[in-house]
Design a protein around this ligand. Structure first.
Ligand code: FES
Length: 79
């Protein structure tokens, strides 16, 4: 599912980047462009990071959380 509408980045792409070693929100912004336009996807990107177990020390999320957090996706509204 698309997480960042502005840059057309899916949760799968974010997970793939994390699997390849990207381990901070800033790096995801740099590599994929997420949350660099309107910024509405930041919470969803951080949710994907949390679910992927990215370290809290670099992204600001608690990686000790054991329960899955439901993803919040930005909804594209028709003009
Ligand atoms: S939805 Fe990601 S920057 Fe706009």
């Amino acid at each position: 599912m698309i997480v960042c509408v502005c840059k057309s980045v899916s949760d799968r792409t974010i997970r793939s980047s994390i699997a390849e070693g990207v381990d901070s929100f800033d790096e995801l912004q740099f590599e994929l462009g997420v949350a660099s336009c309107c910024g509405k996807c930041e919470e969803s990107v951080r949710d994907v990071m949390l679910q992927s177990g990215v370290c809290a020390s670099r992204c600001g999320v608690d990686h000790h959380q054991t329960q899955a957090v439901p993803l919040t996706f930005y909804e594209l509204k028709a003009a």
